[in-house]
Structure formats: C-alpha cells, structure tokens
Design a protein around this ligand. Structure first.
Ligand code: HEC
Ligand code: HEC
Length: 341
C-alpha cells in the first residue's frame, strides 16, 4: 500500500470511529455488546462502587501470594531486586527518596484491589477470582501491619480499613488559587516582538512542603522546606565553562553515574540538597553542625561557600582556598546542577 493510501485509510478509520452513523453506512464495525462493556468496565471506586461480592482471609492470601506474587514482590511483599515493594515505607514520604507503597502512600484500598484485579500477576493479568483478590489484598494489608493475621477482608468491611495516608492528599484548588495565571487577557496586537526563552524550570523536588502540608504529611524535618528548589536549566555554554572550571574540584570530588565518595563527597544533585547529607561520607563536625542548623546548598549558599570555603563554614575540612572568579563560580554551579542524584 502506498504511503498516501495508508494515511487516508487511517484518517477514514478515525472518522468512522467518531461518526458511528457513517460506520454503519459503510458497513464497518458494530456497537459494543453489553458483555463486552462489562468485561472492560472493571474499575473499583474509592467508595467501593464496582467491588464484586466476596471475601478473603490473610491466611489464604499468604498462600496465594507465595505462589503467585512472591517471585517478584518477595514473600513479605518487601520487593525483590528491581521488582516493586508492596509493603513498608511508613514515615518516608518526607524523605528525598520516599518509599511509596499501599501502606505508606496509597490513600484508598480500592486502588490496591483494583490494581491487582486488573493487572496482576504480571504476565497473567485478570486470572484471579474475586475471592483471591480479596485474600491477597488482605495479606498485603497484613504485610503493612495494618490488620491482624486473623483478618478477613470482605466487600462489607472494605471501607472500614484505615489507610495510613488517607488524609495525605489535598484537593486540587488551582482553579481558584492560581486563577490569576489564566485570567489575563492574551495580547492580540502590538505584542512583544521576540519572545526568547532564557531559562527553563527544572523541578528538583516536586513535592511542595510548607507548614500546612507538613502537618498532613507528618513531621518532616525543617530542612525539607528549603529542599524545594527551582533551578533554571542552565545555558549550555555556561555548563561547558563550568565543566572546565570543575577541574579545580576533581582532585577531591566526583560527579556522574560512576561517581564515588573520594576525598570529598559525591556532588551529584548537590544544588538544592541539604548540606552534609551524602550517604557514606564522613563529614567534619563543622559542616555537620551547619547542616543541623538547616544549611541547604541553594545556589546562593554554594556561591558563598565556593568563594571562601573556610569563611563560610569555619573549621570545615575542605582544604581548598576558594574559586576566585565570580563567573567560574556561576559556571560550576550551572555544571553541578546538571547532575541529579
Ligand atoms: C513477574 C513479576 C511479577 C509478579 C509475579 C507479580 N508482579 Fe506485581 N508488579 C510487577 C511489576 C513489574 C510491577 C510494576 C508495574 C508498573 O509499574 O507498570 C508490579 C506492580 C505491582 C503493584 C503496584 C505497585 C506500586 O506501588 O505501584 C501491585 C500492588 C502488585 N504488583 C501486586 C501484585 C500481586 C498481588 C501479585 C500476585 C497476584 C503480583 N503483583 C505478581 C511484577 C510482578
Ligand atoms: C582538596 C580536596 C577538595 C577540593 C579541591 C574541593 N573540595 Fe569540596 N569538599 C572537600 C571535602 C573534604 C569536603 C567535606 C568537608 C567537611 O566534611 O567539612 C568537601 C565538601 C564540599 C561540599 C559540601 C558537600 C556536602 O555534602 O555538604 C561542596 C558543595 C563542595 N565541597 C564543592 C566543591 C567544589 C565545587 C570544588 C571545586 C571548586 C571543591 N569542592 C573542591 C574536599 C575538596
């Protein structure tokens, strides 16, 4: 078939899908049968709508889980290798790398039931009977210490299970709170001639943390708030300049995928990162004290530190005189901001 014909066929199919009457006229397709719609319409809502009758115990769930799920998710739902954990993670949502599971993160039990029913076991989706899904769901709750081992999950008691993070989500109120962004009249004449994109926002940590959300999320340490840092994706020339200026640091610091702690700590993701918090590096007391006081490596703090390390944190162990030229400092920061941890 020629390219042209293929394109027109695709357009025709799209058009027919959008206009059932035309489909009929051309003798193509048919309306879906109620059975087909029912087979496809599986979803379970947070209020329990869509749950079939049934029940399953933690004990039965354990047996099923060992056979059907443990090869990937571990005997206790703790996850194996790179397969995802389904249990644990409580109290980690404020961390730089939260462990999000049904126990720590998912607000509704229905999501767990629905996910398993719809898509697990991986490679053999929708092979489980409702009672089996109830039992396995009960076992995952048990693995998260949310129910006792004699618990039986049923459609009737489904909504009574308390999900630890049920209140951890907030209403999306941007329509009101950010209305001013889209209420402005677009300029239709005599507008600015050239629009130049000078920087792009790169969100290092997309979870906003302020006092109100902190209250919802539990006690996040004070430094977390400052961790929410927006940096601009820097201009490539500046990054290149930073790469050469970084030679001054390379005797002691490594960056990139294969970076290891050396004389100084790995600097991946350091821009916006709390100070003295790179895993496995033995910091001096001086920098640890500064970190306890909430020091975060914002661009400003980094610039001040790199200018005069010994003055910015007295008694720290980075035996380095400082970077003399302001432009080199900016370039190094731009370069460092391209490495995420
Ligand atoms: C062959 C490996 C494998 C088996 C067996 C398996 N899973 Fe999974 N499971 C996965 C993978 C891979 C994902 C992630 C899928 C994705 O993100 O698209 C996953 C995701 C999940 C999730 C969502 C995790 C999250 O936090 O997003 C749940 C819940 C889950 N599986 C439950 C089960 C249950 C229950 C069984 C047994 C009935 C099972 N799985 C069997 C591989 C497996
Ligand atoms: C002679 C070795 C050496 C050189 C050169 C050096 N550093 Fe360091 N750097 C260290 C050491 C050691 C520490 C840890 C300080 C401490 O524990 O008090 C450190 C700490 C840091 C930290 C704080 C890291 C954290 O986790 O809080 C940053 C940022 C940093 N260095 C950036 C740089 C940059 C950028 C350069 C080059 C302009 C540079 N350093 C040059 C040895 C060095």
């Amino acid at each position: 078939m020629s390219k042209y014909l293929k394109a027109t066929t695709a357009a025709l199919v799209l058009m027919l899908a959008a206009h059932p009457a035309l489909a009929e006229k051309f003798g193509l397709g048919r309306e879906a049968l109620p059975e087909e719609i029912a087979a496809w319409d599986l979803d379970v809502s947070p209020d329990g709508t869509g749950l079939p009758p049934g029940s399953g115990s933690v004990m039965d769930g354990e047996d099923l889980f060992i056979v059907q799920c443990a090869a990937c998710h571990g005997d206790f739902a703790e996850g194996l290798g790179n397969w995802p954990p389904l249990a644990g993670g409580e109290g980690t949502l404020g961390d730089a790398r939260p462990l999000k599971t049904a126990g720590s993160y998912w607000p509704h039990l229905s999501t767990l039931w629905d996910y398993i029913n719809r898509s697990m076991p991986y490679g053999n989706a929708q092979s489980l009977a409702p009672d089996e899904v109830y039992a396995i769901t009960a076992y995952i709750l048990y693995s998260n210490f949310l129910v006792e081992d004699d618990f039986v999950l049923t459609r009737e008691n489904f909504l009574e299970v308390e999900m630890p993070n049920a209140d951890g989500f907030i209403e999306d109120d941007r329509l009101e709170t950010e209305a001013h962004f889209w209420n402005t009249e677009p300029c239709m004449e005599d507008c600015k001639e050239n629009v130049e994109i000078t920087m792009r926002a790169l969100v290092l940590d997309v979870t906003p943390v302020d006092e109100q959300e902190e209250a919802i999320m539990g006690e996040a340490p004070a430094v977390e708030a400052a961790e929410v840092v927006m940096t601009a994706a820097p201009d490539p020339a500046l990054v290149a300049a930073g790469e050469s200026a970084f030679r001054a640091c390379q005797a002691c610091h490594q960056v990139g995928d294969t970076a290891k702690n050396h004389v100084g700590p790995i600097l991946n993701g350091i821009v916006g990162h709390p100070a003295a918090a790179i895993d496995g590096f033995g910091y001096s007391g001086a920098i640890r004290t500064a970190a306890e006081d909430g020091l975060v490596w914002t661009e400003e703090n980094l610039a001040a530190f790199l200018k005069e390390p010994g003055k910015f944190i007295r008694g720290n162990r980075m035996t380095f005189a400082g970077v003399r030229k302001e432009e080199d400092i900016n370039a190094i920061i731009a370069y460092l901001s391209t490495f995420q941890n």
